[in-house]
Design a protein around this ligand. Structure first.
Ligand SMILES: [Zn+2]
Length: 465
């Protein structure tokens, strides 16, 4: 069987993956807080874990891998969006508006990630469906002396009660206090203590608990949901680097203190952040965009996916327009080469080896480039599909390639010949505008007209011309 090695943040080295149960390899990824569209950076862990999920399914069998990614559907940011809607005159109670917002955001998220070729996880638990499990875990933590209620509706985790706190990110508690903006509050026994439960007002979402009507803190969600789905120990836990502290440190503290008989997650995988044209993505720099923004601008999901895979997940990734153009050209070439070809029975060993070496997607793509010749097109197709590329579903954007535009080329050419005589270019302009609106690039020269379908080509818009 293929040996998979992964870089474990906790041990700071590459480790062989030895699943607890090879018949059920379990991985958990921290999912989004559903208050708005996913930005490009949010999509990186999704694509990274999708490749890992595909690799594990390839090695252990499709039915022997379980992937869970949660939705955080209770959060102050969601409440704030709902409140803004209510103040703008939207009908319904605040609680109904919260639910409307989360439902809408979840459907956007699933649609956007599907465009990037990400398979849906086996479990997509929503925090609000696991409140009893969270309350039970908090009670357990209090009983074991790791958490305390402040008498005013809050429950806090006592960081000092867990000696290994900080082991994942390799920082001491003192360093963390110095480096993070730790909220000092009267109800905390120690500044590092974090919230497990907090009170809710009557209008905001809330649940009855031994500490009054309230709602959970963010960190307890993942501990409670992963425990419910996977038990005391599972194989791989992932997320972006930005989640390592405090979110993942807190998850470990909660889970290991509530269930000391287990290991919680054995391997921790963290992806580096994403930049745009060499700069950190930010609203103030004007380079902030969502996955949907890019799709709407005509970048196909498959192109975005290929750009992502060019950089190893542990390195910062730079999204550039140049890379997207090159990726599009590569995919057009590969798709042309594999049209009408039957896929090879198995993916190339070199591609599998690259992926098994800590998800070396850049190395795997280098192997695909080697396979991109007429003789090995069948291998290219199967191996690319292991990476979620060159699938039929992902290829609709390139279908304009084969669309016959000669009739429109002739119409435009003839209209121009007439216009040269009459000096009336209205018809030429009308045709050009309509073709561009259909996503066609119009190239006119003295000798003829060439029409090239672009990434946003939509053949149905040609009917109206
Ligand atoms: Zn989490």
């Amino acid at each position: 069987m293929t040996t998979i090695k992964l870089h474990n943040t906790r041990t700071r080295g590459k480790e062989v993956l030895n699943p607890i149960n090879p018949d059920d390899v379990r991985l958990y990824l921290c999912g989004p807080t559903v208050y708005d569209r996913a930005h490009l950076g949010n999509a990186r862990p999704v694509v990274v874990f999708d490749v890992l999920y595909r690799l594990l399914r390839h090695v252990y069998g499709t039915d022997h891998v379980t992937y869970a990614r949660n939705f955080t559907d209770v959060d102050d940011k969601i409440n704030a969006t709902a409140l803004a809607r209510k103040e703008a005159g939207a009908p319904g109670t605040l609680e109904e508006l919260v639910q409307e917002r989360t439902e809408e955001t979840i459907s956007w998220y699933l649609a956007d990630m599907a465009e990037l070729g990400a398979l849906e996880p086996d479990h997509m638990p929503r925090a609000t469906a696991y409140i009893p499990q969270m309350i039970a875990m908090i009670e357990e933590l209090i009983a074991k002396g790791h958490a305390y209620a402040d008498g005013a509706g809050h429950v806090l985790f006592s960081v000092k009660s867990y000696k290994d706190y900080g082991a994942l990110s390799g920082r001491s508690v003192d360093d963390m206090i110095a480096g993070a903006r730790v909220e000092v509050a009267d109800n905390k026994r120690d500044p590092m203590d974090f919230v497990l439960w907090k009170p809710s007002t009557d209008e905001l979402p809330g649940w009855d608990s031994p500490w009054g009507r309230g709602r959970p803190g963010w960190h307890i969600e993942c501990s409670a949901m992963s425990h419910e789905l996977f038990g005391d120990s599972f194989d791989i836990h992932g997320g972006g680097n930005d989640l390592m502290f405090p979110h993942h440190e807190n998850e470990i503290a909660q889970s290991c203190c509530a269930h000391p008989e287990g290991d919680f997650a054995k391997i921790w995988l963290h992806n580096e952040m994403l930049q745009v044209e060499g700069k950190k993505m930010s609203k103030s720099l004007g380079n902030f965009f969502t996955v949907r923004d890019l799709l709407d601008q005509g970048y196909p999901g498959e192109v975005i996916r290929l750009v992502f895979l060019q950089t190893h997940y542990r390195k910062p990734m730079d999204w550039t327009d140049k890379k997207a153009k090159e990726a599009e050209a590569t995919l057009r070439r590969w798709r042309a080469l594999t049209t009408g070809i039957n896929p090879a029975p198995t993916a190339s060993v070199a591609v599998i080896d690259a992926l098994s070496d800590d998800l070396n997607t850049a190395g795997a793509l280098a192997e695909l480039h080697k396979l991109a010749s007429a003789e090995t097109a069948a291998d290219l197709l199967t191996s690319a599909r292991l990476l979620g590329l060159l699938t039929d579903k992902m290829g609709t954007w390139s279908q304009g390639e084969n669309h016959d535009l000669s009739h429109h080329e002739k119409s435009l050419f003839d209209a121009r010949q007439v216009a040269i005589e009459t000096k009336d270019f209205a018809e030429v302009d009308r045709l050009k505008t309509a073709l561009i609106a259909a996503g066609v690039e119009v190239r006119m020269s003295k000798t003829g007209v060439e029409l090239v379908p672009g990434p946003s080509f939509d053949a149905s818009k040609l009917d109206a011309i």
